[in-house]
Design a protein around this ligand. Sequence first.
Ligand code: NAD
Length: 331
Amino acid sequence: MDPMQRMEELVEELGKYNYHYYTLDEPLVSDKEYDALYDELVRLETETGMVLPDSPTQRVGGELLSGFTPHRHLVPLWSLDKAQNEEQLLNWNNRVVKLTSDYNAKNPDNPLPPLSYAVELKFDGLTLNLTYTDGKLVQASTRGNGVVGEGILAQVKTIKSVPLTIPFRDGTIEVQGEGIMNLSVLEAYNKQAAEPLKNARNAAAGALRNLDPKTTAKRKLSAYFYNVGYAENITFRDHREMMNFLRTNKFKVNPFISYFDDFSEVAAQLQQIQEQRSSLDYLIDGAVVKITDMRTREVLGYTDKFPRWAVAYKFEAEETTTVLESVSWNV
Ligand code: NAD
């Protein structure tokens, strides 16, 4: 088939899947099927050097639901570059090494520190962006299209672990995390529900993007926070400092973050997470590898869609609601 014709088909098909996934929270296909079509489109765009105007490779997320007040994020919320195998992970790291070495060659008097990596779980729920002004939660929103999200403050306030006030009172900050439904909570919910929920990701996303906060409250959601996207009057030197800031300010931060100076150890950690995944009480669809140093992040910068300083290592979709015993973790 003519590559342009195939690209048009793929853009249309992926557009339909995006609408069902991001806007309706009712996916038509598995993530694996979606990713295979998406990768085919990326390959054709690379081969032809052409990108159709509506291509999902150039956009974050989907359309906003009407009924919610739009919130313009103080800094954009990004998607993540992804790697599906070790080779793709190595390619990502090689790009990082090259860009930082080029920078150091041009700036011998002010080189970047040696590379180091944080490895975190990639939660499979709904992205949350919380805005605090002078210590008070004043807005909460979805990622939306990355620039503007849906205001869901009343819904997010039903998540008991989200702090309504924080000790940091020095201006405005925006923090990002993932709203999730624990698998044990989903199981308990389904035991008494007239209409059982199929999947924890859609259960969380659908509840948060429901106009009635009482419906959200019934789902007993939780949230883990992993980023400070915007902050007035405070800067962080590295990821550890940022995580400490989140913990000090009473946000729930997932304990399974590990740090490595040697990239060769990252792959082993990803393998370990994959093996222990089914014992967690929440869905993850992979792990995220992030460069820890903030100055290095700035130098690496962003594409139109994702930061160059992070990559999602994707696992195969898992729809289980089984909870096994808790595991010991190498952190
Ligand atoms: P992404 O996979 O690119 O990841 C970005 C998101 O990861 C962030 O918004 C954040 O909320 C989340 N995240 C979780 N833990 C994180 C952590 N520790 N650090 C940073 N971010 C973290 O998200 P995307 O761009 O929304 O999605 C693309 C993926 O969504 C596809 O690869 C596909 O698998 C899935 N998708 C599926 C369908 C479908 O129909 N099945 C449709 C569209 C997208």
